[in-house]
Design a protein around this ligand. Structure first.
Ligand code: SF4
Length: 256
């Protein structure tokens, strides 16, 4: 199975988008080898932003959406053929600024798609403007004196909207990211994964995250919504990674 294409990689050399690509290819390979995925039934969709180039480098069915419209496009793909495994790549600019309401509705409806959000905390493709996930004080072309806003918490929002699978991982941890992708792709319902993805050109957070992440304990009560909300709202030195919440509920396509 060849999952690569001949397209030239045009991400900045060393960009962690590439490690997300590797983790995803590894996840597909393992799921196929385990008999859990038929690659002919896999659709990889992406929006606009640096993350969006990922579909150029994937030899799967792919779909490139307009800015902020990838989650609604993926919803349409899933509705047209519920047998497809639909994986949606997006960015903090793409789906938490431009296409925010599409993301909210897909979570609330429990559409059976996976959403992998590359969170680089900036609009990287357009040279580093602030997004709703940029930290307070973030300096870029649109906030030269520093952003005055506190960043949104995407996992808290997804839990509040009713997402049935909510997780976070770190792009430079390829095995950990691969495992979470596999779990999300096998989840029946709406799966949201925040992937912390430093932009090494406009907001290089590698030094911070390389030493300040920790995994949820194995015995974390993953079906307890209150526990998940409290955990994702925690403010502490280390950023927690792992699957915070996973439950089964009827999906949008089943209800339709
Ligand atoms: Fe990666 Fe940032 Fe370069 Fe975009 S601008 S390819 S996110 S390093």
């Amino acid at each position: 199975m060849e999952l690569s294409t001949k397209a030239k990689i045009t991400w900045c050399p060393g960009c962690p988008n590439a490690t997300i690509l590797v983790a995803y290819r590894n996840a597909i390979t393992e799921l196929v080898n385990e008999g859990k995925l038929n690659v002919e039934n896999l659709v990889s969709a992406a929006g606009i932003g640096c993350h969006g180039k990922i579909t150029d480098y994937l030899n799967t069915n792919t779909f490139e959406a307009l800015h902020g419209r990838v989650v609604s496009s993926a919803t349409g793909i899933k509705m047209a053929n519920p047998n497809l495994n639909v994986v949606t790549f997006t960015g903090d600019g793409d789906s938490l600024s431009e296409g925010f309401t599409h993301l909210l509705h897909a979570a609330e409806r429990n559409v059976g798609i996976s959403v992998f959000l590359h969170n680089n905390e900036t609009f990287a493709l357009t040279t580093g403007q602030a997004t709703f996930l940029s930290p307070k004080g973030f300096k870029g072309p649109s906030t030269p004196a520093g952003s005055v806003d506190e960043p949104m918490n995407p996992l808290h929002i997804m839990l509040a909207m009713g997402a049935t699978f909510v997780a976070r991982t770190y792009a430079l941890n390829i095995p950990g990211t691969k495992n979470i992708m596999k779990a999300a792709m096998q989840h029946k319902g709406f799966a949201f994964v925040e992937i912390i993805q430093p932009c090494i050109t406009y907001f290089d957070t590698r030094e911070h995250y390389n030493s300040s992440t920790e995994w949820l304990p194995e015995d974390f009560p993953r079906t307890d919504l209150s526990a998940a909300i409290n955990k994702v709202r925690e403010i502490k030195e280390k950023t927690t990674l792992g699957i915070f919440y996973q439950v089964q509920k009827p999906t949008f396509e089943e209800k339709i």
